[in-house]
Design a protein around this ligand. Structure first.
Ligand SMILES: [Mg+2]
Length: 349
């Protein structure tokens, strides 16, 4: 197989601030695998969180180093390829790019969209939430109005864990609730910004206001405190930074309600499917999330969303220069294309 890699920079229409910092642009990497006249596409996007930092430079370097190792193999040799990627210690986002490209190649080779190849039912896909970052109450309201100009907002995810404290979190969420009674599903992501005590206070406060679930209330490393929160929280708890791949799931089974799967964090569609199965075997729900992914990896994740309880795949909607098209957002739902493989196309400018 032949592998080509190409970095590209995407800019956010609205910078996104979470409890750890602000992002305005990222340089992601487009990976193309070619064999027998068929091209499979994947993407690596950089991220930090949960103690991991995978920079563009690191991803590009590791992808370049793996090319000569993979070239003698065929895209159908997925098991061997995965073993090579693990043996080489490839960062998960670089691994994801290769795995997504292999799945795209396979779908194109057999002539089926991946969701169909895997027998999934698009009618069971939950609506996608869009994200409001940490800001002043007024700026958060303006951001929501801007989202409503771009798309039909059914589900809203609000970033809390403001470093200045709970009063700022409560003021921002109250301001949003006041202007958006029509939004049917509210969720909150603290990105590990709360203590156990504050997480219990906020869970009760948010439950009284109709919020559906809380994501990553406590910082990674504080998983022992999740047990007490699990007992005292009226709202379901999902973890993101505390759960990278399927190996992390069994330990979490007695202290959370669900886990957030991201392709860059876990290493691709193959591992994402393993995570779904592991989570379900442990009695946990799953949700899908993203980093600064373009439509390419968003469309990849979208192939699996019929198996999720919640979906938060919105990063591509906030890009000014997304080079790809794929999954389309309609009336609040993001659905994968009908074309074979991922069904992703490049926009030629
Ligand atoms: Mg999160």
């Amino acid at each position: 197989l032949k592998i080509r890699i190409q970095p590209f920079t995407v800019h956010k229409r609205f910078p996104l601030t979470i409890s750890r910092g602000t992002t305005t642009q990222t340089t992601n990497i487009w990976v193309r695998i070619e064999q027998d006249g068929i091209e499979g596409w994947g993407e690596a996007s950089p991220f930090s969180g949960g103690g991991a930092l995978q920079s563009t430079e690191m991803l590009e370097r590791s992808l370049k180093s793996i090319i000569p190792i993979l070239e003698p193999l065929h895209p159908l040799e997925q098991q061997k390829i995965e073993q090579q990627l693990i043996q080489a210690g490839l960062p998960s986002a670089a691994q994801a790019a290769i795995d997504i490209a292999l799945q795209d190649w396979l779908g194109k080779q057999v002539g089926l969209p991946l969701w169909q190849l895997w027998g999934l039912d698009l009618h069971q896909i939950p609506p996608t939430s869009v994200t409001i970052g940490i800001n002043t109450p007024e700026a958060a309201q303006q951001r929501l109005q801007a989202w409503q100009e771009v798309t039909d907002v059914r589900a809203l995810k609000v970033k809390l864990g403001n470093p200045t404290g709970l009063a700022a979190d409560q003021a921002m969420l109250s301001a949003l609730l006041a202007i958006a009674p029509q939004i049917s599903q509210w969720s909150v992501d603290a990105n590990g910004g709360w203590s156990l005590e504050n997480a219990i206070i906020m869970s009760n406060w948010l439950a009284d206001r109709g919020v559906t679930y809380i994501e990553q209330p406590l910082a990674k490393g504080h998983e022992s405190d999740l047990k007490a929160l699990f007992t005292h929280s009226p709202l379901p708890i999902f973890v993101d930074e505390s759960c990278f791949n399927s190996l992390d799931i069994p330990f979490l089974a007695d202290r959370v309600h669900g886990i957030n799967i991201k392709l860059m964090k876990c290493g691709g569609l193959t591992e994402a499917r393993r995570m779904i199965h592991t989570a379900k075997a442990c009695g946990l729900d799953v949700m899908f999330g993203c980093y600064s992914d373009s439509s390419l990896s968003i469309t990849a994740a979208c192939q699996l969303t019929s198996q999720a309880r919640y979906v938060d795949l919105d990063s591509h909607l906030n890009l000014m220069d997304d080079p790809f098209t794929g999954a389309v957002m309609a009336q609040g739902w993001l659905r994968p294309p009908q074309q074979p493989g991922l069904g992703v196309q490049a926009i030629h400018s």
